[in-house]
Write a protein that binds this ligand. Structure first.
Ligand code: NG6
Ligand code: CA
Length: 509
């Protein structure tokens, strides 16, 4: 009798193992998150751009799902990246707006993070590219020794990054805590308050600039490679990057990581710098787009995506690799340099059909290209589901069966079914952050009244700020042209109350 029970139990366990084994394998794809910087909803041909052609990303879209209502949490970089990493709306956390290049790390080291979820599930994890979430535990830090905490302390086994943005010092790469190629005899100093060292600055020596800075944007501090930056640095001459090579370096490092880990499941956060300023394409891309350097670097970005796809095919791991492609915020033409983005716009509309762009509470600020591809496992198509980057953490935690603590990822929803195209239902409610906050529910969008300027004078972008409440019906008016607040006071009240509740609750998961 006992013997029979034993046989039955063993048989049952074997059956479960047989059933679960292939499933477990199928649920552990490699994941590559390709994250563009300032790429707009209208910047890709698969999203309707006609003045520029992006065949590689179009191929990704054709083999995957193209989302029409995918969002970054915010209309600028640092907050969007904070949310991506933590699953928390960034406006809950003071100190998450655009960071200077010497800021301290703002991602908590004791909470769940997106890469941490993969790591716990046994993945090898890496970030290659732009970071912009701070490094070390203070502004004062020694760039000439190991800096910690940083990406390696919040879930990445390997990091090859630049600290902030391409237009902010220090203009160096860092590999796992250390500046790459630093000569100890030429130490780096960084300062955002006052000039350090004797390097020329854009304000003192504009004749040395190879690309003019637009007036009043602040890109007139230390000149590196003929480009004025925000912030001052001295030293580290051999370690400073060459702008034309930055994306090529990142691409090679990304390919190296993929190649080294082809046999294990891996998570790669491939965080591109294009088309953020300063736009300085590699020589082969200069002049290729007829849209100035902004268009050229979009072609370069598209090419890099193609190179990644080619590498996956070459290694035979395309089918087992899930790719998410999206952008950290909406587009901007003149963000501080005279690079042809405005003078050679040639009819290219980077946010169309949306209103606003980077910095804006209008859809152009946060509705961004968003593609999910997993050849063989998801059916190609288009999805109108409302999805946000804040949701990637809980979604991948669900896919990988990693439980989250109550206090983790407080605003992240498991939308894996929507991301894999199994349902068209995404979020019910989403809070969006321009300067002002907005809330979207059932395609109704309410933008909180606020005192901010209606235009960003430097970039010419409409910010979505107004002293009166704004209400748009996105199902009929995706371009947010008709403010219906006066016609639907009940709706205004309902959404204002909802936003207040989400703020006060401190969480929305
Ligand atoms: C702004 C910069 C802009 C860009 C942006 C960061 C000025 C006037 N403008 O403050 O050039 O660097 O910060 O962009 O300084 S983001 O995509 O990283 O958020
Ligand atoms: Ca950005």
């Amino acid at each position: 009798m006992r013997h029979r029970t034993y046989i039955n139990t063993s048989f049952f366990l074997l059956l479960v193992a047989l059933l679960v084994a292939p499933l477990a394998h199928a649920q552990q794809p490699n994941v590559i998150l390709i994250y563009a910087d300032d790429l707009g909803y209208g910047d890709l041909s698969c999203y309707g751009a006609t003045k520029i052609s992006t065949p590689h990303i179009d191929r990704l879209a054709a083999q995957g799902i193209r989302f029409t209502n995918g969002h970054s949490t915010s209309a600028t970089c640092t907050p969007s990246r904070y949310a991506l990493m933590t699953g928390e709306y960034p406006w809950r956390r003071p100190g998450t707006s655009i960071l200077p290049g010497n800021a301290a790390l703002i991602v908590p080291t004791d909470k769940a993070t997106l890469p941490g979820v993969f790591k716990k599930a046994g993945y090898r994890t890496a970030i290659v590219g732009k970071w912009h979430l701070g490094l070390g535990d203070a502004i004062e830090k020694n760039w000439n020794s190991g800096i910690t905490p940083g990406p390696n302390e919040v879930g990445f086994d390997y990091s090859f990054i630049f600290p902030a943005t391409a237009d902010r010092v220090p203009t160096v790469f860092m590999e796992n805590h250390r500046v790459v190629g630093l000569d100890p005899a030429d130490p780096i100093q960084v300062n955002y308050a006052a000039k350090v060292g004797s390097d020329p600055t854009g304000s003192e020596n504009p004749e040395l600039l190879k690309m003019k800075a637009s007036p009043n944007h602040g890109h007139d501090n230390t000149i590196v490679n003929g480009i004025g930056r925000i912030g001052y640095m001295s030293g580290g001459k051999k370690a400073r990057w060459t702008d034309e090579e930055v994306p090529l370096t990142f691409l090679q490092k990304a390919k190296d990581f993929i190649g080294e880990n082809e046999k294990k499941p891996f998570f790669l956060f491939y965080s591109l710098t294009e088309p953020h300023v300063p736009r300085m394409p590699a020589t082969v891309f200069k002049g290729k787009s007829d849209l100035g350097y902004r268009g050229d670097v979009i072609l370069q970005l598209d090419w890099a995506v193609g190179e990644i796809l080619k590498e996956l095919e070459h290694l035979g791991i395309s089918k087992n690799t899930l790719i998410v492609f999206t952008s950290d915020n909406g587009p901007v033409l003149d963000d501080g340099y005279e690079d042809g983005a405005v003078t050679q716009q040639n009819g290219h509309m980077p946010a169309v059909p949306l209103r606003g762009g980077k910095y804006s509470a209008f859809e152009g600020g946060t509705r961004v290209p968003w593609i999910v591809s997993w050849p063989g496992s998801i059916k190609p198509g288009k999805s109108d589901a409302l999805v946000s980057q804040v949701d990637l953490l809980a979604s991948f935690a669900a896919l990988l069966r990693q439980p989250l603590a109550e206090t983790d990822a407080p605003d992240s929803h498991d939308l894996m079914k929507a991301l894999l195209g199994k349902t068209d239902r995404g979020r019910d409610v989403l809070v969006q952050q321009g300067g002002a906050l907005a809330v979207v529910k059932d395609n109704w969008k309410y933008i909180e009244p606020n005192k901010g300027p209606s235009y960003n004078k430097l970039t010419g972008i409409e910010l979505g700020n107004a002293a009166e409440p704004q209400l748009y019906d996105l199902s009929k008016d995706i371009g947010e042209q008709r403010n219906l607040a006066a016609r639907h006071p009940d709706k205004v009240q309902e959404l204002a109350r909802l936003l207040k509740e989400i703020k006060e609750a401190g969480r929305s998961r």
